[in-house]
Design a protein around this ligand. Structure first.
Ligand code: BES
Ligand code: ZN
Length: 622
């Protein structure tokens, strides 16, 4: 520990007493040198951005945001220019805080990283103000037509920053090691409400929506949504935003959120962000959920009507510790965000809904991982992944999620839950508001857990877990009695029982998902029809079940599902669903033609995150 950190630690009680904010104070450790981030042009060890003030007007017709950003700087190397990330931005002017315009150079655009924006600083500059506008194709922003919303009457905008997209709507140091605080003023057309991943301060005199985030966060967590929105309270610190026609159903589905927060706090320490709200976005949102601080962004496809898919809320909430409080310093360390979060999610689910539910989810998660491993290249199967110049998205798979969580469960198994919980709590407290690497994890693990447990240490082959492909033999297996009951019914079906003769009474979503996963790969259209008549899969309102069923429908050429397939692909933009369905279609020449035809119609409705994946899959050539 260096002197600066010792000094900070000694001062901490005083700082805490002085800071009249919720949770821990904004804790800056700008002294800590940051590791090299291959995915950013910034040189934060020379000049570092520490606060971002946004002032933007939203133009839905032109699909642009225009205005200014003021960046406050910490200058370690007084002779160094300010190096920023930008992508597709039109820079209008740059001024320095000590007065006057500044010279800058916007470099050529790298396909992965975008452009470097180098700004010459005057000796006394402690901030710069950049006037700019975004391009209509900004990767982070999705501008929706009214027809893509539930209400149909107003347009909608949302942003998605993770992993390296924030630079397409704000010029800044877009590296997860560079924590910043921010404030924002957003001007939007009348009748629309703007919300951000920050404290909401209401509207100012000239009608701009004001926000403030006082805790230092990585830039990928700056997020904005704007549309016709209503709010329903869940508890005094939690609630849900959604379009008016969706908000009541959303509130009913998510009513257990406060219970989840309390469980999470009991496990791993106080929730340090004040409020925890969610926003249910229109269905083109490319992810299930995104852990934007104070305001999780979520897909409406989790609204199943029976809380069966709220594991996603546990997951995004868990990121308030793993990811938002303690953040991967580079995208090579992404497993620290997602592996910890899946582990934590499973613990919350066990606490709130019981072990029977979380055991099912663990078993299904491992099965998903095993299926996916078979299709991944060796480098993609590694936890501490070697990205080099590749886009972080190329390593996106179940590996950082499920293999990461399995490693943590393996350690828990070796040392016992009590000690492991103490270890995790120490990890979150000890690194709160810091960005961390896999090396930091190893150091903490060694010091806090393995040093006095030579037997456990000896059984744990960390190099195998972190640096090699595949799943180590000691990866824990969850076994769920409820899923075993499904397997027993599948055996009866294989032995000749008709679908309606199977004992499916009281089955929950996870059991149906097991059925759809464990039935023989190849079914005939007749078998599909019999299953559909017995269990109504095509008309299911559960998006996970529908997705698994549509993959099978395509494989079996089961045409009665065509209308549903078409509607689903036109309406839903969640990549996790689109990818397997289009992949299945693309397996035959006829299917590929169909996929390309559907895709041509649906593509304008998808976010860049989804089209980025699907363009490759379907050999899209505009
Ligand atoms: N942070 C991720 C989403 C993400 C990852 C966006 C990488 C961009 C790059 C989020 O927490 C997540 O994992 N969402 C999952 C949900 C989940 C329950 C595993 C999703 O969207 O499906
Ligand atoms: Zn996640």
């Amino acid at each position: 520990m260096n002197l600066a950190r010792i000094a900070l630690t000694a001062l901490l009680p005083l700082v805490c007493a002085l800071a009249a904010c919720q949770g821990a104070p904004p804790l800056f450790t700008p002294e800590r040198p940051l590791p090299m981030d291959e995915h950013s042009h910034a040189q934060p060890n020379r000049v570092r951005v520490r606060h971002v003030s946004l002032n933007l007007a939203l133009d839905f017709e032109a699909r642009r945001a225009e205005g200014a950003v003021r960046l406050e700087l910490v200058r370690k190397d007084p002779s160094a220019p300010l190096a920023l990330d930008a992508r597709g931005l039109e820079i209008l002017s740059i001024t320095g805080s000590s007065g006057g315009v500044r010279n800058y150079n916007l470099g050529a655009e790298d396909a992965v990283k975008g452009s470097a924006l180098l700004v010459e600083l005057a000796p006394q500059d402690t901030a710069v103000t950049i006037r700019y506008r975004t391009s209509p194709g900004a990767e982070a922003m999705q501008w929706l037509e009214p027809a893509q919303t539930a209400g149909g009457g107003k347009p909608f905008l949302f942003t998605q920053g993770q992993s390296i997209l924030t630079r397409s709507w704000i010029p800044l140091q877009d590296s997860p090691g560079v924590r910043i605080t921010y404030d924002a003023a957003i001007r939007a057309p009348a009748g629309l409400t703007a919300v951000m991943s920050a404290e909401q301060l209401g509207r100012d005199a000239d009608g701009a929506w004001r926000f403030r985030m006082e805790q230092p966060i990585p830039p990928y967590l700056i997020a904005l949504a704007c549309g016709e929105l209503a709010f329903r309270e869940i508890s005094n610190r939690s609630g849900v935003w959604a379009e008016p026609s969706v908000v009541q159903a959303a509130r009913d589905e998510l009513v257990d959120t406060e219970m989840m927060i309390q469980c999470a706090e009991a496990l791993f320490g106080p929730y340090r962000w004040g409020r925890y709200d969610l926003i249910i976005l229109p269905p083109s949102f490319p992810f299930g959920g995104m852990e934007n601080p104070r305001l999780t962004f979520a897909t409406p496809t989790i609204l199943a009507g029976d809380k069966s898919l709220v594991g996603l809320v546990a997951h995004e909430l868990a990121h308030s510790w793993s990811g938002n409080l303690v953040t991967n310093a580079t995208w090579r360390d992404f497993w620290l965000n997602e592996g910890f979060t899946v582990y934590f999610e499973q613990r919350i689910m066990e606490e709130v809904y019981g072990a029977a539910r979380s055991d099912m989810e663990k078993q299904l998660g491992r099965a998903d991982l095993e299926h996916e491993l078979a299709a991944l290249e060796p480098w993609q199967q590694v936890l501490h992944v070697e990205l080099g110049a590749r886009h972080p998205d190329e390593a996106f798979s179940q590996v950082p999620y499920e293999k990461g969580a399995l490693l943590l469960r393996r350690i828990e198994q070796l040392v016992g839950r009590k000690d492991f919980d103490r270890f995790l709590r120490g990890w979150f407290d000890g690194h709160a508001f810091e960005s961390v690497t896999t090396a930091d994890f190893l150091e903490h693990l060694e010091r806090e857990l393995l040093a006095d447990r030579p037997e456990a240490a000896q059984k744990l082959d960390l190099a195998r877990w972190l640096r090699e492909p595949g799943l180590p033999d000691d990866a824990p297996r969850a076994s769920s009695a409820l899923l075993a009951a499904v397997d027993a019914q599948i055996e009866r079906w294989k032995a000749g029982a008709a679908p309606q003769e199977l004992d499916t009474q009281g089955w929950v979503t996870q059991q149906w998902l097991r059925l759809l996963d464990a039935l023989p790969e190849q079914l005939t259209a007749e078998q599909m029809g019999a299953l559909d008549r017995a269990f109504n899969f095509t008309s299911s309102g559960n998006s996970e079940i529908v997705c698994a069923w549509l993959v099978r429908a395509v494989r079996a050429d089961y045409r009665p599902a065509d209308a549903k397939l078409h509607a689903f692909l036109m309406n839903v933009g969640r990549r996790k669903f689109l990818k397997p369905i289009y992949t299945e279609l693309a397996k035959t020449p006829e299917g590929l033609r169909r996929a390309q035809e559907l895709y041509a119609k649906a593509r304008p409705r998808y976010h860049s995150v989804s089209t980025g994946t699907l363009d490759k899959l379907l050999a899209w050539r505009g």
